[in-house]
Design a protein around this ligand. Sequence first.
Ligand code: ATP
Ligand code: MG
Length: 246
Amino acid sequence: MILEVKNLSKTYGEKQSENQALKGVSFSLNKGEILGIVGESGSGKSTLLKLISGLEAPNAGEILLKGKALTQKRTKEDYRTMQMIFQDAVASFHPRRTIAASLWESVRSLLGKDAKLDLKELSEQVGLSEELTGRRPGSLSGGQCQRFAIARAISVKPEILLCDEVTSALDVSTQAQIMELLSKICKDTGASALFVSHDLAVVSNLCDRILVMKDGLIVEEGAAAQIIQNPKEAYTKKLIESVMEI
Ligand SMILES: Nc1ncnc2c1ncn2[C@@H]1O[C@H](COP(=O)(O)OP(=O)(O)OP(=O)(O)O)[C@@H](O)[C@H]1O
Ligand SMILES: [Mg+2]
């Protein structure tokens, strides 16, 4: 087990406007496993990843990384170990810096100023030519930017990839390529992944196991094939049916 989440809760706002985004979520992630997190909009998927990555603080609960309880004060090593990839890949890069500069910045800040970075090898790993790293994010396609966002994440040799709707802004064929790439990276490097998506079809292709979230809670959990073929909860059935209609 590489990551363990225990009874995690998060409330936004105060008093009358209080919004309990997470109401006590517990699960664990095994080494090398790709765990899908699905659920309707507002169910708390992004909140969960923000708490795990340290972007936001929980109100209660515990996050254990390799057995060590994480606090809000993360070490560089914690940040290196868990790398986040976002939906809007273009916006995740500095607009006026070249991709190469952003990649260098990331490895130097997490691995130290003497860190090495092989731009050619890294570009090849994500299926792009090194030449493109000389460009700024605005002159790349969304799919190319997402590949470089994946490159930035894997450049620091993370053990967990935190992916929030990373294919949602892409067309269907690019979605499939990005999923294939993530799956290959996890296989090749032994990294685990938390893969958040509101799209059950995407998740069922990629993930070993699936968590289903509703209103800040996990309502169902199981092997991907079992969740898709034999869902127990009416809510999960509805999620699956809504995908089939498309
Ligand atoms: N910064 C914030 N301030 C107040 N409420 C927030 C904040 N971030 C999220 N919420 C609320 O918390 C709940 C869960 O939001 P979250 O973004 O985790 O949902 P989600 O499952 O990722 O949805 P989506 O599929 O639309 O991305 C929602 O009701 C949302 O409005
Ligand atoms: Mg979200």
